[in-house]
Design a protein around this ligand. Structure first.
Ligand code: MLT
Ligand code: MN
Length: 312
């Protein structure tokens, strides 16, 4: 099985279009050790030919342009794609807006939870992907599912999905209740376990997670690779950077650092390779020369960048 990180930044990307914080500025000016990143998505393949995307980011056109394996093969029909299916982990803009760029009556399959399918259904713009051509399939919680293309042919990938503590999408929060608790652990946000039918190794992809509980720790034990929510380094980071009023927790994202953070929470879980992904443009680990980047590396974590590839 091959896994390729095609987008390692959180919503907004890095640099973000309207952001003048020091990190976005550094990325824009090409400061050494500060690399631009596109928004949250990975691709996996069991056979190196057909690919399944996990999330469809607003940067998908650029991501396909940067990944030859996601482009039509030279000897393929006039209209074709190696992308067989898209699995969605929530309905956030950074994870579903790219679906709109995949229009053109090209068959592939969409897999998502009941909540995320309901959001696609409720927003008629997604009908640019005619369900008769692009079937929408329910990703049933806890079951391992063989991912199939639009015609029902297996891709060779198997996905297990599980709800994680998270939040409804920002645009589903009610405007008149800004202080309310919009957290959810019933499938608005999921993690996925990706493996190939014939393989032993599984990769966990969890780009959004608000808390690490005993169930998640047990599930991750002995994982070959974990790609985990690296949105913020400290919970109040966006506030201290003066770019926003929300904590990581309020956005449904656990911080990397601190007693309640992900580094501490997973420190004694046996995971062969651990990589932070979905990194926000305020997170100091984006600067490879920062103390925070060094601390994360010393704790045994890697920081994802676009184009990173893994083979299992
Ligand atoms: C998130 O991960 O919290 C969302 O992508 C935020 C957003 O909608 O911009
Ligand atoms: Mn996001």
């Amino acid at each position: 099985m091959r896994v390729k990180i095609i987008g390692s930044a959180a919503g907004g990307g890095f640099p973000q279009w309207n952001c003048n914080y020091r990190l976005s500025r550094a990325a824009r000016t090409g400061m050494p050790g500060v690399h631009p990143r596109t928004q949250s998505s990975i691709a996996a393949s069991a056979d190196g030919t057909g690919w399944v995307l996990f999330n469809a980011s607003p940067d998908i056109r650029q991501q396909i342009a940067q990944a030859p394996e996601l482009q039509p093969a030279a000897d393929a029909p006039l209209r074709s794609t190696p992308i067989r299916a898209v699995v969605l982990t929530n309905a956030d803009v950074d994870h579903i807006a790219g679906l709109l760029s995949l229009r053109e009556r090209q068959p592939f399959a969409i897999y998502a939870t009941a909540q995320v399918l309901a959001t696609l259904e409720a927003n008629s713009i997604f009908n640019v992907l005619d369900p008769a051509i692009v079937p929408r399939r329910l990703l049933a919680p806890t079951e391992e599912m063989a991912i199939r293309d639009a015609d029902g042919h297996p891709t060779g990938l198997v996905v297990g999905s599980f709800a994680v503590p998270g939040k409804v999408a920002l645009y589903l929060e009610q405007r008149d209740h800004p202080g309310a608790d919009f957290s959810s652990d019933t499938g608005d946000t999921i993690g996925v376990r990706i493996s190939s039918v014939d393989g032993r190794a599984a990769v966990f992809y969890i780009p959004g997670c608000a808390r690490i509980d005993a169930a998640l720790r047990a599930r991750l034990a002995d994982a070959a690779c974990l790609l985990f929510d690296g949105t913020v380094y400290t919970d109040d980071e966006m506030i201290t950077a003066r770019v926003g009023q929300k904590t990581g927790a309020r956005m449904g994202h656990i911080a990397m650092s601190g007693e309640a953070g992900s580094i501490a929470g997973l420190a004694d879980v046996k995971i062969a390779r651990r990589i932070f992904i979905h990194i926000n443009n305020t997170n100091p680990v984006l600067d490879e020369n920062s103390a925070e980047h060094a601390a994360v590396r010393a704790a045994g974590w890697e920081v994802a960048s676009d184009g990173m590839e893994m083979e299992f």
